[in-house]
Write a protein that binds this ligand. Sequence first.
Ligand SMILES: Nc1nc2c(ncn2[C@@H]2O[C@H](COP(=O)(O)OP(=O)(O)OP(=O)(O)O)[C@@H](O)[C@H]2O)c(=O)[nH]1
Ligand SMILES: [Mg+2]
Length: 611
Amino acid sequence: MQENIRNFSIIAHIDSGKSTLADRLLELTNTIDKKKMMPQFLDSMDLEREKGITIKLKAIRMEADLDKLKIENLKLKIPGSKFILNLVDTPGHVDFSYEVSRSLAAVEGAVLLVDATQGIQAQTLANLELAKKQNLKIIPVVNKIDSPIAKVEESVEELSVLLNVMPEEIIKISAKDGTNVMEVLKAIIKDVPPPKESADQNFRALIFDSEYDSFKGVIAFVRVVDGEILNGEKIELMATNTPAEIKEIGYLNPTFSAKQKISAGDIGYIATGIKEPGKVTAGDTIIKFQIRNSKFEIQPLPGYQEPKPMVFASLYPENPDDFDNLKVALSKLKLNDPALVFEQEMKEALGRGFNCGFLGTLHIEIISERLQREFGLDLVISTPSVVYKIINQKDKETLIYSASDWPNQSTIKSTEEPWVYLEVIAPSNQMGKLMEILKNLKGNYIETNYLTPERAIIVFETPLRGIIANLYDKIKTASQGYASMNYKLLGFRPGKVVKMEIWIAGQKEEAFSRIVAEDEAYTEGKKMVEKLKEVLPPEQFTVALQAVIGGKVIARETIKSHRKDVTGYLYGGDFTRRRKLLEKQKKGKKLMKAKGRVNVPTKVFLEVFRA
Ligand SMILES: Nc1nc2c(ncn2[C@@H]2O[C@H](COP(=O)(O)OP(=O)(O)OP(=O)(O)O)[C@@H](O)[C@H]2O)c(=O)[nH]1
Ligand SMILES: [Mg+2]
C-alpha cells in the first residue's frame, strides 16, 4: 500500500546530528539489533567513522507500527497502523551536496535540522533550497537542545523566520539523548505525503546511487516510481540502452534483504549483474526490457543535473604497473560517487595517469583515500587547480583542466577563471574579522543580509581559486567555528593567470606546475620552493629548487647534500682506494642527476598540495 509509505531525507549543515537522529529512529523502529548498534550507525565506511563525517548518502528501510509505538491521535485517514519509513541520510559538507540532491529526488519529505549550538548555517540554506526545488514537505527540527552551549530559542526563532512558520511548529530535540525524537517520527508519518499514485503501470525506477559487487555486478539503488518488478525479470537501462537480467531485488534494512518484488513508492535495490560500471549511471531510468519498436513509448524519468567539477588534479599510480588497476578502480568508485570525472593523461616523468575533476578539496582527499583503502593503490596527486579558459590570438577559446595543457605563453591573448557567488553566514558580531579575510579574495563585495539581528549573511562574488585555497579553514578559525560558507558557480570572468613551473635539480617537475594569478606568482613561487625545501628529503647531491615562469626564475631555494661517507670502513692510508670510491660516488651522483629525478615521495606531493 503506497499510502502507508513515507520516504524522507534528513538534511542539514555538516555535524548538525543527522546521522545521530537516524540512529534514534533506527532504535525506535527496532530496525537494528541492539547489540549491533553504534553511534552514527549509517556511517558504515571506515573513512566516515574515522573522520566523523558522512560522505555517502545512505538509504534504509524501517517499519513503524503505531500501535506498538503507542502513537495515537494522528488523525490519519489510512487504514492499518503499519508504516514503511524509508530514510535517506545525507552528508552535510558542501563538497558532497550532489549526494543530497540525488537523495532528495527519491523522497517526498525532508527533516531539516538546525544545530542549536550553531544556529542556521550555510548548508542549512543551501540544502533547504534543494528541498524546496523538489517541492518536498519540510519538517523543521532544532537539535542538540541538551548541550550547555545550545541557544535553543534563538535557533527556533531563526528557523521560524527562515521558513515563515510559527515557532511552535518547530520540534526541539536532542538526537543524542533521544528527547522528542518520537515527535519527529510522528511528524514524518503525519506530514510527509505518501508517494503519488501514478496512472502508469509500466515499471519505471530512478537510479539515485549504485555500487559494485563482484558477484552480483552493479547494484543500483532505486526509487520505484511506477509499476512493479519481480526478481529475475529482464530490464533495460534507458540512457545506455543496456539490457540486463535481475540477479536480486530487495530493500536495505540495514543489510541487503532480498525480496520477490519491489513496487511503486518503494526505495530499494536492483542487482543488475552488469559488470561494466560505466553502463550504470545515477539519474538513469530502469524499465522492463522492451522489444524494440514496441508500441509503448516509455519516457525516461527526469534525471539529475550533472554536477560541474571545477577543481582538477592529476592522479598517477606510484607504481606505473598499477595504471590499469587505477582505471578500473576509478570507474568502480564513480558508481558510488557520480560527481567524480576522469580522463586519461600522460606525463613524461610520471607515466600514465588520470586528470580528475572534483567538487572541492575534501572531495579530492576522500577519493584518494578511498583509492588507497578500497583498492590498495598508492598515488601521486598533483596540486589541485580550478578550470581556466584561454583565449588565443585567433579568439579561439579552450578550457584548461591541467597545468600541463597550458599552451605557449605567446599564443595566449587573454585568460579567464571561474567565479562564484559566495555566502558566508556568521553571528553579526564576527562580521569584521570575516570581512578582512573575504577582502583578500579580491572579489566584489555584494551585500550583507540579516537573517535576524544576531545573524548575518555576507555575499561576495569572487574567484573560485581563492576558495579552494583553504578559505573554509580560514573562516572557521577566525570565527571559532561559528562561520560557515556556501558557494555557487557564476561562470568565467577575465583574470590574468600564468603557468608557474617547479624545477627540482634542473628538471621540470610537471606534477608541481600550477596556474597562478600573475600578481601572486612571486609569493606563490616562493611559498612552493620553501615548502619543498622543508619536506623533500636531502639527496647525496645539492638540489636546486626553482619556480619558473615563461623561462624566468622567480624564486629559488637550495637543499644541501648529505654526503654519505662511503669510505668510512676503510681505515688507514689506502689513498687510491679511497679516491676510487669517492670518484665512484661522484659518478653515481652524476648519473642520478643525469637520470634526472629526485625521487619525490607521495607524502611530499600531498604536503605541498596542502600548503
Ligand atoms: N550534545 C549533543 N550532541 C549531538 C547531538 N546530536 C549529535 N551530536 C553530536 O554532533 C556530532 C555530529 O553528529 P553527526 O550525527 O555525525 O552529524 P551529521 O549531521 O550526521 O554530520 P555529517 O553527516 O558529517 O554532516 C557528533 O559528535 C554527535 O555526537 C545532540 O542532540 N546533542
Ligand atoms: Mg552524518
